[in-house]
Write a protein that binds this ligand. Structure first.
Ligand code: SAM
Length: 232
């Protein structure tokens, strides 16, 4: 069986695992001295480690072997995602993390029904990203930030915004050698002014086919299309 993946803030030759991660290892996985774990620090490092001691709710581990991990896309992909109703943001952060997004920036747009996001929901989105990163073997933890007004989306080197009226295909618009930003609108879509403002900051309007996709589907479809090639 593949060793359990445990997130630690920093990898050292020997270290303590504490908090929720240690409780999960002790109570759910019944970790014992001699058990092996894969540690990852969320910043690209990974190591095989062994449990060498347990003290209360802390676990002492020793690194056996640092491993090069090549499961990150070669480029940084940021997703600018309009605030969505209910639990839909969780769906995008979970699947989008599996698909390789490095950063999710939540955006308040004219037709977003929610106009704000509570701190607790933002924290929960962060936890969903950590869980999805562990499950999918990511070595970097994506960041979930915002919400920011759409007017504050910065100029980007290359951006793709999903627009059901666009004709340009993702493969024609993308350049896999450049860092990438993606943008997806809310349930009611971006306004024409918002699309023009995004274009002025380096985004190109792209189609995902002739059908109208839910925003969550569109975000995942865009990510899947830009992360399926070599080096992604
Ligand atoms: N009536 C809205 C419109 O015309 O934009 C539909 C919005 S759709 C439910 C939510 C978001 O998903 C859109 O703002 C867009 O970013 C993305 N989207 C949905 N279908 C798409 C498609 N066929 N091509 C590109 N993007 C799409």
């Amino acid at each position: 069986m593949r060793p359990h993946r445990a997130y630690v803030p920093a990898i050292a030759d020997e270290l303590w695992i504490e908090g929720g991660e240690a409780r999960h290892l002790l109570r759910v996985l019944r970790a014992r001295p001699g058990d092996r774990l894969t540690l990852f620090d969320g910043r690209g490092r990974e190591a095989l480690a062994e449990v060498v001691g347990i003290e209360g709710e802390r676990i002492r581990v020793r690194v056996l072997k640092a491993r090069p991990a090549e499961r990150e896309p070669d480029r940084t992909i940021t997703v600018y995602l309009a605030l969505l109703k209910g639990e839909k943001l969780f769906e995008v952060v979970r699947a989008g993390t599996e698909l390789g997004a490095r950063r999710f920036v939540l955006v308040v747009s004219a037709r977003s029904v929610p106009k704000a996001l509570g701190r607790e929901k933002l924290a929960r989105l962060g936890r969903v990203a950590v869980a999805a990163a562990k499950q999918s073997g990511r070595t970097r933890l994506p960041e979930v930030a915002g919400p920011i007004p759409l007017a504050e989306v910065p100029p980007v080197p290359l951006g793709l915004v999903g627009d059901p009226r666009a004709r340009l295909r993702v493969a024609e618009a993308d350049d896999p050698t450049r860092p990438l930003a993606l943008a997806v609108g809310p349930e009611g879509g971006f306004t024409e002014e918002e699309l023009a403002a995004l274009e002025a900051r380096g985004f190109r309007r792209v189609t995902l086919g002739r059908r109208i996709l839910r925003a969550e589907t569109a975000a995942c479809a865009l990510l899947a299309l830009v992360t399926a090639g070599p080096g992604q």
